[in-house]
Design a protein around this ligand. Structure first.
Ligand code: TYM
Length: 331
């Protein structure tokens, strides 16, 4: 079993990232060889001031370590420090089809109506993601639900490349998506939108860097409905905001939704919200405090990334060379 996953170093780590991906990465470190990376080449598809990129990268690396990524066991690195990702992306561009990429919902959402003005990087984004995964022969890719389509495309690219060049080079990876709300944490302001760094309202998400007071305030102001909580999770299906908050409580405290409802059935959000705020503070405050401490050691973070990049490059090299050979560019 080999685990690979990445996160874009743009904006703060939020509760969706934590429950959907990072805290699951942390658990997988015990079970498998894990590679986790900052998808800084991917972030070129967004407009970011060049001057902030290196700072973002350090901050996200520190946030991952603060969240429990243990660099004695897992390899943590930045994508742009390992040229194999960009090289393999280019090789795979020969295999990926325009039609496949045109069907990606993230491309359609982000490019919007003005596709002519969208960057090529945004369109080609899933092929780079495939290279990230296939370079390491990953078997499992722990992600939130929103990345499922990209992992399925990665599988299609791996299968087509192996077939076209008559090789058994790439391992076909499995998306590894958590159950319940953790797979898709929704905005606190709108139960039909996912919690996201790109939402203009900071009240829509809980960040790793939020103070205890900010967490409590965001939970207090989260959109809800006037009904009391039911005793059966099925009765939450038509109540997206209530379902999201109950699901967050379940994921944050490691319980099933039914167990959460057993405690709060018949009660309103006036009782539930303070308990949810307490649970989120208990989850986030220790991570935030570690992050504050790690920020004081930027050289140590840089050293972690440098050593991670070396290890990752060594692991990717045989696959990259085999891909060059398969397409006929190396003897
Ligand atoms: P990114 O940076 O948007 O998000 C990082 C991880 O957090 C998950 N996530 C969520 N999970 C549940 N609910 C949410 N509201 C939520 N928001 C984000 C994402 O699913 C992801 O697992 N393209 C990727 C980065 C990437 C990658 C890869 C991932 C690049 N190459 C290779 C896996 C393998 C992205 O933009 O994630």
């Amino acid at each position: 079993m080999r685990v690979v996953s990445g996160i874009q170093p743009t904006g703060d780590l939020h509760l969706g990232n934590l429950l959907g991906a990072i805290l699951r990465w942390v658990r997988m470190q015990d079970e498998a060889q894990c590679l986790f990376f900052l998808a800084d080449l991917h972030s070129l598809s967004d407009h970011i001031e060049p001057a902030s990129r290196l700072a973002n990268r350090r901050e996200m690396a520190a946030a991952l370590v603060a969240s429990g990524i243990d660099t004695d066991r897992a390899i943590l690195f930045a994508q742009s420090d390992v040229p194999a990702h960009a090289e393999l992306c280019w090789i795979l561009n020969g295999t990926a089809r325009m039609g496949w990429l045109n069907r990606m919902t993230q491309w359609k959402d982000k490019a919007g109506k003005n596709r002519e003005a969208a960057s090529v990087a945004l369109f080609d984004y899933p092929v780079l993601q495939a290279a990230d995964i296939l370079a390491y022969q990953a078997t499992h890719v722990p992600v939130g639900e929103d990345q499922k389509q990209h992992i399925e495309l990665t599988r299609d690219i791996a299968v087509k490349f192996n077939n076209d060049f008559d090789v058994e080079l790439f391992t076909v990876p499995e998306p590894f998506i958590g159950g319940g709300t953790a797979a898709r944490v929704m905005s606190l302001r709108d139960g039909s939108k996912k919690m996201s760094k790109s939402d203009p309202s900071d009240m829509s998400r809980i960040n790793l860097t939020d103070s205890d007071e900010a967490i409590a305030q965001k939970v207090r102001k989260a959109k809800t409905d006037p009904e009391p909580l039911p005793d059966d999770p099925k009765l939450l299906e038509s109540r997206p905001e209530a379902k999201n908050l109950v699901g967050i409580m379940a994921a944050a405290t490691g319980r099933e939704e039914a167990a959460v409802l057993a405690d709060y059935a018949g009660q309103g959000f006036g009782t539930f919200k303070p308990a949810l705020a307490d649970a989120l503070v208990a989850l986030i405050a220790p991570l935030r405090e570690r992050l504050v401490e790690l920020r004081r050691h930027p050289d140590a973070i840089d050293a972690i990334l440098a050593s991670g990049a070396q290890k990752a490059a060594t692991l990717a090299e045989p696959t990259l060379q085999a891909a060059y050979r398969a397409v006929g560019l190396r003897a």
